[in-house]
Design a protein around this ligand. Structure first.
Ligand SMILES: O=C(O)CNC(=O)[C@H](CS)NC(=O)CCC(=O)C(=O)O
Length: 286
């Protein structure tokens, strides 16, 4: 069985610092002979304001962060799935895209997905975050095709807040996904309330592996992320989990990886023993 890793880090507004953190995670995954590494949403940077986020955004072919990762992927023969920002095509001055790219083990970008659901919330009265992602982020308009990760299985991508929408998960399953990945940057308050439950529900409802690499710790004076990156199996069990942000603690955990394998026999067994035959004569097909 092929070993893969999830990586957890604290991205800041310094792309070179974030690249250094990712390089460390890559070298650890490569040293353990992993064939793929899944990194969080917005690994390239997390800015402290919408205008800073806009100013840091570069086209993928000009980004030192992406170029650096492509180089590492080729050097170590390690495929990398990573969340980044890209300028909007329609409105590059005012809008960015929250995307995830799949870099193969030769350093080529072979797959990309643009976040469909944007995180616009006002939980201020409940002691939670106030964020309006749609102010500068252009939303994606399609569920992407699933792709084959050699020796591992068929992977479908969604990003962070997409996790709250089972429709994406069901659509990916219908396209043949065996593994669904949710690179994320969950807030601490919503993470504590919902992160593990949502990930396990997504795994159980489609009888798929869920691979969730997440940002952790303090990015800037305004943003802290929950962490708790994990892999969940098709029966809903947590296979591996990385430490999260402790309540009230100022500094978060150090960058870290955790490894796992996809057990194809378990995947087949869960799907065989409890077939989830949908009643699309009763409710609409997603
Ligand atoms: O801002 C960036 O650069 C990176 N993007 C994010 O951090 C996004 C949008 S603000 N965060 C989420 O979607 C958190 C979802 C969440 O926490 C929940 O669903 O509870």
């Amino acid at each position: 069985m092929v070993l893969f890793a999830i990586g957890q880090l604290t991205s800041t507004s310094s792309l070179s610092h974030n690249l250094t953190q990712c390089r460390l995670l890559i070298s650890r995954a490569a040293a353990l002979n992993c064939k793929a590494l899944f990194l969080p949403e917005a690994s390239d940077y997390i800015a402290s304001s919408p205008s800073e986020s806009l100013s840091l955004c570069q086209p993928t072919n000009k980004s030192e962060f992406v170029t650096g990762l492509r180089h590492e992927a080729k050097k170590h023969n390690l495929a990398i799935h990573v969340g980044i920002h890209e300028p909007s095509w329609a409105d590059p001055k005012n809008k960015i895209r929250n995307t995830v790219i799949w870099i193969d083990d030769q350093g080529h970008i072979v797959h990309t997905y643009q976040k469909v659901h944007l995180f616009d919330v006002d939980l201020g009265d409940s002691g939670g975050p106030v964020l309006k992602e749609s102010e500068i982020v252009e939303r994606g308009d399609r569920v992407q095709e699933v792709w084959e990760l050699k020796g591992v299985g068929k992977v479908g991508s969604a990003i962070c807040f997409d996790l709250r929408f089972p429709e994406i998960n069901l659509a990916l399953r219908r396209k043949g996904a065996e593994i669904v990945t949710y690179p994320s940057a969950f807030t601490v308050s919503t993470g504590k309330a919902h992160w593990e439950t949502l990930l396990r529900a997504r795994a159980i409802e489609t009888q798929s592996y869920v691979v969730a690499a997440a940002q952790v710790g303090r990015h800037n004076e305004k943003r802290v992320s929950y962490g708790h990156s994990m892999v969940v199996d098709p029966w809903g069990r947590i296979v591996t989990e990385i430490k999260g942000q402790d309540e009230g603690e100022e500094s978060g955990p150090e960058p870290e990886i955790a490894t796992a394998v996809i057990d194809r026999e378990l995947l087949a067994k869960v799907r065989r023993e409890m077939p989830l035959n949908r009643r699309t004569d009763v409710y609409p097909e997603v």
